[in-house]
Design a protein around this ligand. Sequence first.
Ligand code: SF4
Ligand code: SF4
Length: 93
Amino acid sequence: MRDSMQSTVAFSFIVYKKLTTMHDTILPKIDLNRCVRCGECVRQCPTQAVEMCEEGPVIVRPEACTYCTACEALCPQGAIRCEFEIVWEKEAI
Ligand code: SF4
Ligand code: SF4
């Protein structure tokens, strides 16, 4: 039998798991000086973490924020900064 036929075929899988880091505790920052109160971040936040208040959009439900960064991406004024980083750990099993 040829060598290649005798060798054991090994399968391995790579999984990704989200690391919980201190970054996860940092919420998106909204610069109310740049904000024009268009309400887009409020409408588009998938978890209703943001609400329009008297002073402008505020993250009123921080526990609901999933750190998806949608608000940062869609704000037409660049008024939202997500300084956290979601880190995925690569793990071979
Ligand atoms: S999307 Fe940007 S400009 Fe519009 S309300 Fe939100 S922070 Fe303000
Ligand atoms: S990061 Fe995502 S979940 Fe958090 S406030 Fe922005 S849009 Fe909402």
